[in-house]
Design a binder for this molecule. Sequence first.
Ligand code: GBH
Length: 483
Amino acid sequence: MERYGTYGKLNSNEFPGDFLLGTATASYQIEGAWNLSGKGENIWDRYTHTHPELILDRSTGDVACDSYHKYEEDVALMKKMGVQFYRFSLSWSRILPTGFAYQINPDGIRYYNDLINLLLKNDIIPLVTLFHWDTPQPLEDLGGFTNALMVEWFEDYARVVFENFGDRVKLWLTFNEPKQTCHEGVGGDNKAPGYESSGIGDYLCAHNLIKAHARAYHLYDKEFRPKQNGSISITIDTSWMEPGTNSTADKEAAERKIAFNFGWYADPIFHPNGDYPEVMRKLVPERSKKEGFRRSRLPEFTKEEVKYIRGTFDFLGLNHYTTLLVKDIPEIPISGKPSVDKDSRTESWHDPSWPPSSAGWLKVVPWGFTKLLVWLKHRYGDVPIYVTENGFSDLGEIDDQGRVNYYKLYLSAMLDAMYEHKVNVKAYAAWSLVDNFEWRDGYVNRFGLHHVDMNDPGRKRTPKASAEYYRKVIAARKIHGID
Ligand code: GBH
């Protein structure tokens, strides 16, 4: 019998009766139709159009998988695999072309109504993300999430969404991976808008985004839940952070890294005490002072805000792909620009023995998934966890055995967490239904269960071996011995 990682054999348990198996996408990555039928410009339209050199193959999401026109085919692919739910995101600019709620685009509403209705007709539950990184450009021109009024503009958008779709959509996510919007998009330039303001702008962005999430939650809870009866939360991503050595310093560094990477966004919402992780509230003011700032670069929540934000979830949305090793950096000299990495005093890398994917950041480390799920239970209690993304990248092979292997090992690692450690995982979405626009990686690194021919104007979809594998898993409701 083949052995798998440190956790032994493939887990042979069945997925519990109420466990949901699904797949996921996001608007900018698949829809295309970037300027059709009344859609407004968003920050990814602007980023790819003005800086083609930042995208690996100089591509854009202008047409992408053309799912705006081909959603019926997408639903048919899902029906064939037998998925129970589909996680997709709404394009804010397609619904509100200016970002503001005074002009609603009827074609945008119609498109999502058609998609939702077709899913329901096919017994596929819609799980809808309101925001997957595509801020309307007119709002970005006013500072995007660094502008505190974004909290109100997001609330207005959320109201339009709940009013139009909440009679049929019962599972909601406010934001996908705030770290990418704030730390990579505002703090760095690896995502739009690329302000490169780490240690200042990213803290400000996260502060407003977390408040925007809480606003949307309370809006739903008070005004829509009584009639619509759904659930709402946020999806946050993290790698598992494994100490690089057994030293106490490296163990603490790994904890610190996960606090700065995940706790930053999760603690205010999911931790029983609310607010940012203690280690951030200690280290950021300390370093800010040494740097000569007159106040901490980490904004503070008032007591009322802590209370308002704490508990604004019905489940925990988690995106997870890989693992990092972490070591302590005892002292970082005070010089140059501030940054979150300097604040966290850690360094991370991959073990060279971990199997690769086509993307440098993604190594195959299934036991890290188990450890992360157990850590989440210890830190946040017995909250129901929805794994809203997990997947593997290659260069687009149809016989994608690397991806089949990844899903087998990661699903097994998740079942280990559920059966051996009693972690309350309720749902799992494979990223992604189709090959799509992988942000800075363009169409080079591909995550799809279905291949998409980007040279074909018809964007022909072809099932990969992984689509057939996932179909079997869903049918058998277990992974052991199905191939
Ligand atoms: C998710 O992010 C996204 O939600 C989804 O849209 C995306 O398509 C999917 O994963 C696959 O990437 O290049 O070393 O600077 C995953 C988290 C965080 C992974 C940023 C890539 C860049 C690392 N991502 N990271 S690096």
